[in-house]
Design a protein around this ligand. Structure first.
Ligand SMILES: Nc1ncnc2c1ncn2[C@@H]1O[C@H](COP(=O)(O)OP(=O)(O)OP(=O)(O)O)[C@@H](O)[C@H]1O
Ligand SMILES: [Mg+2]
Length: 277
């Protein structure tokens, strides 16, 4: 059995109107990226409706992370456009993205290893406010008030993600599943409107994957956060995603619910190829 046909009964649907009736929050239009002789993305187009969970799936090397890098402005596409709300995202300075409500996690967790968990989480606050550490160091009364409020918010997020016990631990001593949750906590500290998650379930136990899925569904349903998620675990995708975009060789080959796209021969081939290869 291919991964694509696994456990699809529980396809998630966010409350409110169906995905196709919601306004687009993010529109990727005709993005092209090449690395020397390698074409990572070619004419990549897809839209993410506000308030939905949208998954990007595809075999290794399909260009999923490169697409995230373009959206988060760490990779400049050679062609195409990206619209976020009414903004042309490629014209926005990358440092402004957190302020606009765009936060991400990474395929390989990127935390500051020598900082504690709560300190790492507070970096999410600094990226959003753009104030940086300086006012905190000079410790004006206003800065102290803000520091207290942000720290309280950070602990609240850690409690919600079952990480409170680890708040004072150094990030480099954490088990892998906790690292992934701390990355999510840091992203939530930025109060995202659009949350991009690159393989959140990779390397987790079945139990941790389920727990992570519960958390993401809560964030989507209760806080209305739009989630764009890259994931190979299709049980997880089937449970969470309203819409699935399938990438093969840097190009969209299918889109729909997971139950719909899994029936398409090119999708089955791409995934069977991966299983055989
Ligand atoms: N910085 C880079 N320099 C050269 N080639 C790159 C670079 N980043 C990505 N690529 C190439 O671009 C293609 C797409 O890579 P990308 O990491 O986006 O794939 P992916 O879909 O995220 O794969 P995976 O599922 O393995 O994470 C691959 O062929 C990859 O080798
Ligand atoms: Mg990747």
């Amino acid at each position: 059995m291919s991964h694509v046909s696994e456990s699809l009964e529980e396809s998630g649907t966010a409350p409110g109107p169906p995905a196709e009736e919601r306004a687009d929050l993010l529109v990727v239009e005709g993005i092209g990226v090449g690395f020397g002789g390698v074409t990572a993305l070619r004419d990549l187009s897809f839209s993410v409706a506000e308030g939905t969970v949208h998954a990007l799936i595809g075999p290794n090397g399909a260009g999923k992370t490169t697409a995230f890098n373009c959206i988060t402005r760490t990779q400049r596409p050679q062609s195409g456009q990206i619209r976020y709300r009414d903004l042309s995202l490629l014209r926005v300075p990358p440092a402004r993205l957190p302020k606009l409500g765009i936060m991400r996690t990474f395929q390989h967790p990127q935390l500051c290893p020598s900082l504690t968990v709560i300190e790492n989480v507070l970096l999410g606050h600094h990226s959003r406010t753009e104030v940086g550490w300086l006012p905190w160091i000079t410790r004006s009364p206003g800065a102290r008030r803000e520091e207290r409020a942000a720290t309280e918010e950070g602990y609240e997020i850690l409690r919600a993600l079952d990480l409170a016990d680890l708040a004072e631990h150094e990030a480099d001593r954490l088990p892998y599943a906790a690292l992934k949750r701390v990355e999510l906590a840091r992203a939530l500290m930025g109060r995202p409107r659009l949350l991009l998650l690159d393989e959140p379930a990779a390397g987790l136990t079945t139990e941790d994957v389920e727990r992570f899925g519960d958390t993401l569904l809560r964030l989507n349903r209760e806080q209305g956060i739009t989630i764009l998620v890259i994931e190979h675990n299709l049980t997880f995708v089937g449970r969470l995603a309203d819409t699935v975009t399938v990438l093969v060789d840097g190009h969209v080959v299918a889109e729909g619910t997971l139950a719909e796209v899994r029936e398409i021969p090119i999708v089955r081939e791409a995934f069977l190829g991966k299983v055989r290869g």
